[in-house]
Design a protein around this ligand. Structure first.
Ligand code: AMP
Length: 291
């Protein structure tokens, strides 16, 4: 452990969290915030590294948000290990781990929600109705509790990052949003807390997601620009790899609508099931990325 680890502090009360951050800011120290659902991996920790580059102190939250899970989804079995999370965060220089209880964030049944609008009806929103309403609602609550200067999110959840940018902009929240690149295993698998669900065989099948993205990027680099052919190629790689496809699309990186002709900034976004586990991944067609 580094000496910084000693400074990490676990906070469960919203009032205390807010006053800690206010204290820092009064002392002239800026604060960056990294919201997570815990079971931390190198992807989350890379967001902490980005956060530290943008602010003097980092607050990381661990909260498995019930309102973004649909009925029958994995809320109950979502992996949790707060003790381990706190020590990993501390080693990376996190000052506060905000780990509120469910009743701290939802003292009563929620009646007022952030309506994420039409962008949330596409892609993941089609399979997970209500998901982004839950995400934006909890992110707004957390941003209001912590009131950071900067908030850092991962590109791994691409649609989420687009919606959060929109919310921050349209509600004029006084926060800078940073979106950090996807961290992958050496073989291409995007890190995810849900990878813990995969058996050895399933993990091998899960590699089809990054393989499909690589193939599409290679085809685009070789001159292919017809979006529907590129999406069909990705879909074929997924199916051949034993993934049950949820969606594969080539979309505009801001509007999230499908494009006809792919450009370097167009995003290939995909989701599929490996056994019961739903995985997502994405990559720009022609811009540098971690693939
Ligand atoms: P989660 O705990 O899954 O809600 O993720 C918390 C944050 O970490 C979100 O902003 C995710 O996009 C980000 N994240 C998750 N996995 C990765 C990854 N492999 N690389 C970069 N960021 C990630």
């Amino acid at each position: 452990m580094t000496p910084e680890a000693v400074a990490a502090r676990v906070v469960s009360s919203s009032a205390e969290m807010r006053s800690e951050v206010e204290g820092s800011r009064r002392a002239g120290r800026s604060v960056a915030f990294v919201p997570t659902m815990g079971y931390l991996h190198e992807g989350h920790l890379s967001l902490v590294d980005v956060a530290r580059r943008h602010a003097d102190e980092v607050c990381l939250s661990v909260f498995v948000n019930p309102t973004q899970f649909g009925p029958g989804e994995d809320f109950d079995r979502y992996p949790r290990d707060l003790e381990r999370d706190v020590s990993l965060a501390a080693e990376r220089g996190v000052r506060w781990v905000f780990a509120p209880s469910r009743s701290e964030i939802y003292p009563h049944a929620q009646t007022v929600w952030v309506d994420p609008g039409p962008l949330a009806e596409r892609l993941c929103g089609r399979t997970r109705p209500g998901h982004f309403r839950g995400v934006l609602t909890v992110v707004l609550k957390l941003l209001e509790i912590v009131r950071p200067d900067v908030a850092v999110f991962g590109r791994k959840d691409f649609q989420q990052s687009v919606l959060i940018r929109r919310m921050v902009e349209e509600f004029a929240l006084p926060i800078r949003v940073e979106v950090a690149p996807i961290v992958r295993e050496r073989d291409g698998l995007a890190l995810s807390s849900r990878n813990a669900y995969l058996s050895g065989k399933e993990r091998a099948r899960a590699l089809s997601l990054s393989r499909a993205l690589r193939r599409v990027r290679a085809e685009f680099a070789a001159g292919a620009a017809d979006a529907s052919s590129l999406a069909a190629l990705a879909r074929r790689v997924l199916v051949e790899g034993g993934v049950r496809v949820d969606y594969v699309e080539i979309v505009d990186p801001v509007r999230l609508d499908p494009v006809d002709t792919a450009e370097p900034s167009s995003m290939c976004v995909l989701a599929g099931y490996v056994g019961p586990t739903r995985l997502i991944d994405n990559a720009p067609l022609g811009e540098p990325c971690s693939l």
